[in-house]
Each structure stands twice: as structure tokens, then as C-alpha cells.
Design a protein around this ligand. Structure first.
Ligand SMILES: Cc1ncc(C[n+]2csc(CCOP(=O)(O)OP(=O)(O)O)c2C)c(N)n1
Ligand code: SF4
Ligand SMILES: [Mg+2]
Length: 299
């Protein structure tokens, strides 16, 4: 009975074959899974913008493409502006029903593309922006971004990053746009539901998807889904939605699993001392409490 229900759900996820097999992601890459859920839920009436990133590798070099929709490969700075321009052109041509989406990495969102995203949000551009958050500049050899969490090893922070991960969901919520959500590949039905919900809303919508990078995080090839579930169960990456900057809904949160269960399988954290693990635990608890207070405040 349970299996039948699951089968029905997953059939629903894959109903639109917009993302093809034969793409060039590393085998087991979390981001390739996210592509599958996002694109097959968006459907064929979609135009995608992709900046330099692993997303560009996965979507494919010209003349090849893993996506059965038009794809515009833009610059690392300009994803949101490019998607906004495409949407405006679609409206001018009477094709308002076609969605313009951006699929960018965290470096192209938290850092280099942030100005374009912030101003698109301020203008209320009618786009859906997906940030494939693998917590570093992975395509270029695992450098740190402002999404890299505290103490994580990257090639540009060989002793571990000394500062916190930027909280992009809160920054975008502060723009008071209609929809901001966090999601991850470990919870596919939650991710698909959020994509469907974003499709029904007008204005700037942003979904930040935690997509573990096997090489950059130092993970086994089959660990992507498991580690992203641990990110949620430990509370370091809770899944929630913010509507219009005020309505907070927690969709999946911490079950009290200690942060060490999440850190231990990842090579990027293998240098941590017990004291550093305690610091991370404390920060996770503090941030999670703040989120719960916001959720409660709305209720
Ligand atoms: C302005 C600019 N700076 C640097 C680069 C080189 N570059 C290409 S992809 C990339 C990494 C992007 O990281 P992220 O957006 O997190 O995507 P990921 O590779 O992790 O998927 C960089 C730095 C560039 N293309 N443009
Ligand atoms: S480098 Fe990381 S994010 Fe990029 S394709 Fe490989 S596993 Fe995926
Ligand atoms: Mg990245």
C-alpha cells in the first residue's frame, strides 16, 4: 500500500520529460537530481537561463543540451536580469504563460549574481529563480563562496572557512517578494510541491535547493540524498517557505539529530576539533530557534 502510494507520487514527479539522461554531471551528483525534479515539474512551457556553473555543465555545451526547452547561457553576474528580460519579451509577444527561470549556483547567486537578483526582486520581475546551492564554487575546483559554511575546507580556505554561511533565504525574504523557499533533493515531494506552488504565483520567486557536491564535500557516490536528509534532520538546513516576507511555514525541520552525524561523513569537515563541532552545534541551534520563533509568530 505504502509502495503504491510512493510509486504514484514519483510517477507524478516524472510526468514531463524535460530533463534527459546522458547529461554530464558526476555520477550521483545531487544537482542532477534537482534538475530532474525542477525541470520535469516546470514542464515544456519554460525557458531557462543558466550561468557558468555545474548547472551549465549539466545542461550541456552547445550544440548539445540535456534540456528539452530553450536554454540561454548567460554570464555569472546576469542570471536574474537575463531571465527578467526573457519574460518581458515573452509578455510583449503575447506568451505570458511561458515561464522564465534561472538555474544558478550559489557563487552565481549569493555572490557574483546577487546584485542582479536583488534588483530583479525589487522590481518584482515575473521569474522563478532556482539556486543550486552546493556551498562553493565547485565547477572551478571547490573555492569558497559566501554560502560555504563555517569551518568547511575549500581550496581557498585550506584551514576551514572562518566565517558563517550567508543566510540568503532571509535576505530574499527581506525583499518581501511573494515566495521564497528552501528545498533539497533528499525530500523530493517537498521540492516538487514548492516548484508547483511557485508556478502558480506571479512575481519574483526564489527557491534555494541544497544540492550536495560529491567531490567538493568529499562524499561517497551514493551519499547525496542521505546527506541532504541529515542537513534537514540536524537543523542546519531546515526546509521552509516565506510568503510576502512575513508568512513563515516550516515544511521539514530538525528531529534533534546532533550535527556531528551530518559533519562526519564529509571530508571537508574531517579536520574539525571537538570545540569547533560544539560551535557549529551552537550556531545551528540558535538559527533554528530564530526560525521557529518566526514560524510561531505567524501562526
Ligand atoms: C565574473 C566571473 N568570475 C569568475 C568566473 C569563473 N567561473 C565560472 S563558473 C565559476 C563557479 C561558479 O560557482 P557556483 O555558482 O557556485 O556554481 P557551481 O560551479 O558550484 O555549480 C566561476 C568562478 C566567471 N565565469 N565570471
Ligand atoms: S562537481 Fe559536484 S556539483 Fe558539479 S557535477 Fe560534480 S558532484 Fe555535481
Ligand atoms: Mg556552487
Amino acid at each position: 500500500m505504502e509502495n503504491k502510494a510512493n510509486a504514484a507520487r514519483y510517477y507524478d514527479i516524472h510526468e514531463e520529460k524535460v530533463f534527459n539522461s546522458g547529461h554530464q554531471a558526476c555520477p550521483g551528483c545531487g544537482q542532477a537530481l534537482a534538475f530532474r525534479y525542477v525541470l520535469n515539474t516546470m514542464g515544456p512551457e519554460t525557458i531557462a537561463v543558466v550561468p557558468p556553473s555545474c548547472a551549465a555543465i549539466i545542461s550541456g555545451p552547445q550544440p548539445y543540451s540535456s534540456m528539452r526547452i530553450p536554454v540561454y547561457q548567460t554570464t555569472l553576474e546576469a542570471s536574474a536580469a537575463s531571465a527578467a528580460g526573457i519574460k518581458r519579451a515573452l509578455i510583449a509577444r503575447g506568451k505570458e504563460h511561458v515561464h522564465a527561470i534561472a538555474i544558478a549556483g550559489d557563487g552565481g547567486t549569493y555572490d557574483i549574481g546577487f546584485q542582479a537578483l536583488s534588483s530583479a526582486a525589487e522590481r518584482g520581475e515575473d521569474i522563478i529563480y532556482f539556486c543550486m546551492d552546493n556551498e562553493g564554487y565547485m565547477n572551478t575546483g571547490t573555492q569558497k563562496s559566501s554560502s560555504t559554511p563555517r569551518y568547511a575546507y575549500t581550496t581557498s580556505t585550506p584551514g576551514g572557512k572562518p566565517t558563517k554561511k550567508k543566510n540568503l533565504a532571509e535576505i530574499m525574504a527581506a525583499h518581501q517578494i511573494p515566495y521564497v523557499a528552501t528545498a533539497t533533493v533528499g525530500f523530493p515531494d517537498d521540492l516538487v510541491r514548492k516548484v508547483k506552488k511557485a508556478k502558480e504565483i506571479k512575481g519574483t520567486r526564489v527557491i534555494i535547493i541544497l544540492t550536495p557536491c560529491l567531490d567538493g564535500w568529499g562524499l561517497a557516490d551514493n551519499a547525496s540524498v542521505k546527506i541532504s536528509r541529515l542537513a534537514v534532520f540536524t537543523g542546519i538546513f531546515p526546509l521552509y517557505e516565506v510568503e510576502n516576507g512575513v508568512k513563515y511555514t516550516l515544511t521539514h525541520g530538525s528531529d534533534g539529530t546532533p550535527i556531528s552525524a551530518y559533519l562526519k561523513p564529509q571530508r571537508r569537515y574531517r579536520h574539525l576539533t571537538a570545540e569547533q563541532i560544539d560551535t557549529i552545534q551552537q550556531e545551528v541551534d540558535e538559527q533554528y530557534d530564530i526560525l521557529l520563533r518566526r514560524v510561531k509568530c505567524f501562526a
